[in-house]
Design a binder for this molecule. Structure first.
Ligand SMILES: Nc1ncnc2c1ncn2[C@@H]1O[C@H](COP(=O)(O)OP(=O)(O)OP(=O)(O)O)[C@@H](O)[C@H]1O
Length: 253
């Protein structure tokens, strides 16, 4: 394959994805392609299949039919052990809340995916700490999750999702538990951090202003994608819909 074709190849594709739960059709044949460093929001009413699509693309759930490819390799048919390894090494996850281990300090929470991959503790924590300053988390490495604000905890979760330098970050309602201003700031950092680190982003959200931070917004109804529009990921932070950033990015790990 030529270098040009490689560059243009989508990072992640889902083709003809169907998923049923009993008589409920959660996905009714979804085709989606996520480009390199592209941020894509998935919107739609409750029960329209957003989380099911994210779970199928992320290898958490197997579709009943259809295919999922990561960088040209089919991943939906590989065994659970290999899928689990792919999730740990090639994907990062940010959920609404409750994803940090309460008994571990923030730096060890971020280091955890590296340690699970066999990196020695000291090296993993050292690597983890490099993510704190760029995400506006200076001085918070020793805090336990209960000692962080909601926005700080989500930024620690973003660091943890990125620490293995994955190809794709999946986020399910990442700002759902935050107030509006903190949610927008968190979303801005999430989009910026994934792009700076060469990763793509797939975000499920109910909030159109959160979705507007993405490059593309997919609209779902009844297990299908019924529309696709461009977001405003390149909009200036001073745009009316996007409050001025409070956290200045000072270089990435
Ligand atoms: N594990 C499951 N068992 C049974 N039905 C399920 C399961 N997961 C999802 N469903 C059903 O599949 C459909 C799609 O669910 P999904 O969670 O993907 O929707 P969603 O758009 O993410 O909804 P929400 O915005 O409420 O989170 C719904 O009808 C839901 O009830």
């Amino acid at each position: 394959m030529s270098a040009t074709a490689d560059t243009n190849e989508p990072v992640l594709t889902g083709r003809g994805l169907v998923k049923r739960f009993g008589t409920t059709v959660a996905l009714a044949g979804v085709d989606v392609a996520i480009g390199r460093t592209e941020a894509v929001a998935i919107m739609g009413p409750s029960g329209s299949g957003k989380s099911t699509l994210l779970h199928c693309l992320a290898g958490i759930m197997r579709p009943d039919s259809g295919e999922v490819h990561l960088l040209g390799q089919r991943i939906d048919t590989v065994g659970e052990r290999r899928r689990s390894e792919l999730r740990r090494t090639r994907f990062g996850f940010v959920f609404q809340f409750g994803q940090l281990l309460p008994e571990l300090p923030a730096d060890e929470n971020v280091a955890l995916p590296l340690m699970l991959g066999g990196v020695p503790r000291a090296k993993a924590v050292d690597e983890a700490r490099r993510w704190f300053a760029p995400l506006g988390l200076d001085g918070l490495t020793a805090r336990r999750p209960g000692e962080l604000s909601g926005g700080q905890a989500q930024r620690v979760a973003i660091a943890r999702a990125l620490v293995t330098r994955p190809a794709v970050i999946f986020a399910d309602e990442p700002t759902g538990a935050l107030d509006q201003a903190t949610g927008h700031e968190t979303m801005r950092l999430l989009v910026e951090a994934t792009k700076h680190n060469g990763a793509s982003l797939v975000v499920v959200t109910h909030d159109p202003q959160v979705a507007a931070w993405c490059d593309r917004v997919l609209e779902m109804r009844d297990g299908r994608i019924i529309g696709s529009r461009y977001g405003t990921a390149d909009a200036s932070p001073q745009d009316p819909g996007h409050p001025a950033p409070e956290t200045t990015v000072r270089g990435w790990a």
